[in-house]
Design a protein around this ligand. Structure first.
Ligand SMILES: CC(C)(COP(=O)(O)OP(=O)(O)OC[C@H]1O[C@@H](n2cnc3c(N)ncnc32)[C@H](O)[C@@H]1OP(=O)(O)O)[C@@H](O)C(=O)NCCC(=O)NCCS
Length: 176
């Protein structure tokens, strides 16, 4: 099955959450049980790429998704040269909270496409409400390698994970 050509907001009436499997239980569980609830209560937004054709029950399988939310970091976590110019109160950032591709569609460039779409979306938000950077808390070393390919740099350790970041200025340059 092919993927469709547009990322859309998760809609549990239309999208088949339970068939999504990226090989990482934490990410599967998030999409199966939490993503829609988090949108309902207003703490994050999940965008996804549906398959081009529905299942017999009329719902569309999910090929890839990303979840974003507003967040903050303390300037002390930034490298010294960058910290100098930031305020002493919490610095606003965008959190790329989740990003995954269904195992069936991995290694075909969809992870790259999904990340580019997430960055593009956040750049658009940034035009209306500024944030300093995008941060991501990496699940494992593979994820760190994946994000470092696209310009993310290590920021600090957070809850046992490596937190990486990319300044919005750098994201803007990528799309200029
Ligand atoms: C990580 C993930 C999103 C990559 O998706 P994908 O569709 O397989 O990736 P792509 O085919 O677009 O590959 C893009 C690039 O990343 C590299 N890459 C892909 N998976 C990688 C991995 N696990 N580790 C390191 N690099 C990886 C590819 O080699 C490719 O590089 P290239 O363009 O130089 O060849 C996908 O494997 C996934 O969903 N994994 C489980 C969930 C996860 O770990 N998400 C990270 C969130 S913390």
């Amino acid at each position: 099955m092919n993927w469709s050509d547009t990322f859309v907001e998760l809609n549990k009436a239309i999208h088949d959450r339970v068939s999504f499997d990226c090989g990482e239980e934490a990410l599967n569980t998030f999409l199966h049980t939490q993503a829609a609830k988090h949108m309902e209560v207003g703490v994050s937004r999940t965008m996804l790429l549906p398959a081009s054709a529905p299942l017999p029950d009329g719902k569309y399988p999910i090929c890839a998704f990303y979840t974003i939310a507003p967040s903050t970091i303390n300037r002390e976590t930034l490298p010294e040269a960058l910290a100098k110019k930031r305020p002493h109160y919490p610095v606003p950032v965008f959190l790329l909270a989740q990003l995954a591709v269904h195992s069936e569609y991995q290694n075909r460039g969809l992870g790259k496409i999904t990340l580019i779409k997430a960055l593009e979306y956040l750049l658009d938000v940034n035009a209306h409400m500024r944030a300093y950077a995008i941060i991501v808390d990496c699940l494992n070393e593979d994820a760190e390698q994946f994000y470092s390919k696209y310009g993310f740099e290590e920021l600090c350790k957070y809850n046992g994970r490596t937190r990486m970041f990319i300044p919005m200025k750098t994201v803007a340059q990528l799309f200029s």
